[in-house]
Design a protein around this ligand. Structure first.
Ligand code: ISE
Length: 335
């Protein structure tokens, strides 16, 4: 039997996931699309034959039209929805962020721990990217010795309307917080954000680019160039420095095109294209895990821990200096 998935939130990511579930993911189908905007719900649902549309989560849950939910509404709507879904015992893939701040994320963690089983997977799709997985294997194998440092570049073409200074951290650098935790298997101890020379080509309300230094619990340093209005397209790359070598991922992995007077690689236009394959693997793994009754991807704890890092990052943006990350005790449930 196909898993009946309801996609809640039919914006950019929601609509992309509808298309993915309808055409590329096996053993699942989109049974419902939920959005307050009926036109947007209908538009997204048109890519998935047989999908019903709903205006909210409550009517969806009442009809029993779904076995699992893919939550792709804006982050500020997640807490209420997640608490309802936990109560209903419904497996959910929640797009990042889990919630917009650490206190609300912790409430979700506690509700899930009280429920007693992992229901939530957080949409940190980079963990499913082929390059990320290869690098993680090299780190874990020890073949190049100890990992010493991580250098990240995260460049977006420009900022969407309404993008704020805090979103540089909460929306964008949140991925590197998760990446550093994924690669090292450690929590993050402190975060420092500095702003140097600024581009004249971005939104004047957003200082750009920003440089972030992350320190893990054992003292490993990672740094991030976060450039939100980089003009050139979308680039996410990492270089990892080991005792006996360096590994680079996220470089030139697309087509190399040679034409009159020029040779070079295409730059993806945005994250939906850059991480298309990673999203496919992420959603297929999640569907398979729900079928098997054992969700194991990035958890609500990862959502909470990264939200705490974001708070430290925003505090450092405002006041300077390295800011310690304060985490609540991790429920044994997430060990
Ligand atoms: C966006 O929300 C994402 O999640 C992308 O992965 C990230 O690269 C971008 O900076 C964010 O705005």
């Amino acid at each position: 039997e196909d898993l009946r998935v309801a996609v809640v939130g039919a914006g950019r990511m929601g609509a992309d996931h509808v298309e993915r579930l309808a055409h590329r993911v096996q053993r699942s189908r989109v049974s419902a699309v939920v959005d307050v905007d009926a036109g947007r719900a209908a538009q997204a649902a048109s890519a998935a034959p047989g999908a019903e549309t709903f205006s909210g989560l409550a009517p969806l849950l009442e009809t029993g039209a779904a076995d699992a939910v893919l939550l792709a509404t804006p982050g500020f709507l997640h807490e209420e929805a997640l608490l309802q879904l936990i109560e209903a015992g419904m497996p959910v893939l929640c797009e990042k962020p889990l919630t917009p701040d650490a206190a609300s994320a912790l409430r979700v963690v506690q509700a899930e721990a009280a429920f007693g089983r992992q229901l939530i997977q957080v949409g940190f799709m980079r963990r499913f990217d082929a390059g990320y997985r290869r690098l993680k294997e090299v780190i874990d194998s020890g073949q190049l010795g100890e990992l010493l440092m991580l250098h990240h570049q995260h460049r977006n073409p420009n900022t969407p309307p309404g993008f704020t200074e805090e979103m540089v951290i909460n929306d964008s650098v949140v991925h590197e917080f998760d990446a550093v935790r994924f690669f090292t298997g450690e929590e993050i101890r402190s975060v420092q954000v500095r702003v140097g020379r600024r581009t004249s080509l971005g939104d004047p309300a957003v200082r750009d680019p920003q440089h972030v230094v992350i320190e893990t619990s054992s003292g490993l340093l990672a740094e991030v160039e976060m450039f939100c209005s980089a003009q050139l397209g979308y680039q996410v790359a990492t270089q990892a420095t080991f005792e006996r070598g360096v590994v680079a991922i996220g470089g030139e992995d697309g087509l190399r095109i040679t034409e009159a007077g020029h040779t070079g690689y295409e730059v993806p236009v945005g994250f939906v294209t850059r991480f298309r394959a990673a999203y496919d693997v992420e959603i297929q793994d999640w569907v398979d895990a729900v079928h098997a009754g054992a969700i194991a991807g990035p958890s609500a704890w990862d959502g909470y821990a990264t939200a705490a890092c974001c708070e430290a990052g925003v505090a450092s943006q405002r006041h300077g200096g390295a800011v310690d990350v304060a985490l609540a005790e991790r429920p044994a449930f997430y060990a």
